[in-house]
Design a protein around this ligand. Structure first.
Ligand code: NAP
Length: 308
């Protein structure tokens, strides 16, 4: 019987409750022994206000998962690594590229596992899409990622603050899939973004990218009411591949659509245990690089003020 890792969870908010807690409870390789959150508690589990207090309590932890917003996560991850704990990061892995590079260096120095997760890569059809594209020539890619901020991020003021990523918070999920499945690297060429008056992060963005000779266009919109879109269409020499619903549905030329139940977070926790077992890290910064590039080159437009 393999060892169960004693786990602490930091930031008991929406994604922690919706996905992390059920995934941890359903995985016998992880044992949730403590939670750190300033304003929330979990019945039956030791609670602390901050990760500093959690570490100081010396509960024999092996690892922590950080489910806090990206701004400030570097300090939390650094404290955990300094304390000898393996670390799993929600996406985006940090607020900046220099922060995640330093965390990867520190984890390697301390021989600890750092897992920068991209949950959308665990979506049911992503691996099949990658395998199908391996033998194909890509002619064009269209990414349409449009969701309602009020529905999926109710009241999350941090998401429109500096370092909150705005519409790139969901958009980076599309980029995590695209960088995973496309056979050639993605380069960013131009971008526009719309930032509401008085806010720091965008509600809309358009990216013009390239993979090999093929154009890759992405449309991100955080104001989409009605039907939501998390789609990637890829034209190839063998016809069109369509990944729908965030990577869970796959349609290949001449075949019926395939879909499977959501196993994203169970997949992440299984992989975290494997990485710790093997003494490895997994830190792929390509999706974050593309977002950082967009912020470097984007033409900005000011949108009407936004309130949740
Ligand atoms: P959230 O509901 O706002 O929860 C984040 C939690 O972190 C808060 O409840 C808060 O708990 C804690 N926190 C610590 N420092 C904070 C700060 N400076 N500002 C705000 N909260 C702070 O956010 P979330 O939706 O769970 O997102 C957290 C991370 O998960 C983000 O990186 C996001 O991209 C990722 N994610 C979210 C979703 C989704 O659908 N919402 C899906 C996948 C991934 P205390 O106040 O109790 O400390």
């Amino acid at each position: 019987m393999s060892k169960a890792y004693r786990l602490g969870l930091v930031g008991l908010g929406k994604i922690a409750r919706d996905q992390h807690l059920p995934a941890i409870m359903g995985n016998d390789r992880h044992d949730l022994v403590a939670v750190a959150s300033r304003n929330a508690q979990l019945e039956g589990v030791a609670g602390f206000a901050t990760i500093g207090e959690l570490i100081a309590a010396d509960r024999g932890l092996d690892a922590v998962t950080l489910c806090t917003p990206p701004e400030g996560r570097y300090q939390q991850a650094r404290a955990a690594l300094e304390a000898g704990l393996h670390v799993m990061l929600e996406k985006p892995p940090a607020a900046t590229l220099s922060e995640i590079a330093e965390l990867a260096r520190l984890a390697a120095e301390k021989r600890l596992t750092l897992f920068a997760t991209w949950h959308s890569r665990e979506a049911a059809s992503v691996a099949d899409a990658k395998a199908w594209l391996r033998e194909r020539t890509v002619h064009a890619v269209r990414i349409i990622w449009k969701e309602d901020i009020r529905r999926w991020h109710p009241g999350q003021e941090w998401i429109l603050a500096a370092g909150g990523f705005g519409v790139f918070d969901p958009g980076i999920n599309a980029l995590s899939i695209a960088t995973q499945i496309l056979p050639q690297p993605l380069l960013l060429e131009a971008a526009t973004m719309g930032v509401p008056e008085g806010r720091m992060s965008p509600l809309t963005a358009s990216l013009a990218m390239r993979t090999g000779d093929a154009p890759v266009n992405a449309e991100f919109d955080f104001l989409q009411t009605g039907p939501q879109s998390w789609d990637i269409e890829i034209d190839t020499d063998a016809g069109q591949l369509k990944l729908g619903m965030g990577g869970s549905e796959l349609t290949l030329p001449g075949e019926p659509m395939q879909k499977a139940p959501d196993r994203e977070y169970p997949g992440l926790y299984a992989r975290f245990a494997e990485l710790i077992d093997r003494g490895e890290s997994d830190v792929d910064v390509r999706p974050l690089q593309l977002v950082a590039d967009a912020f470097l080159v984007a033409e900005r437009q000011t949108l009407a003020p936004f309130e949740f």
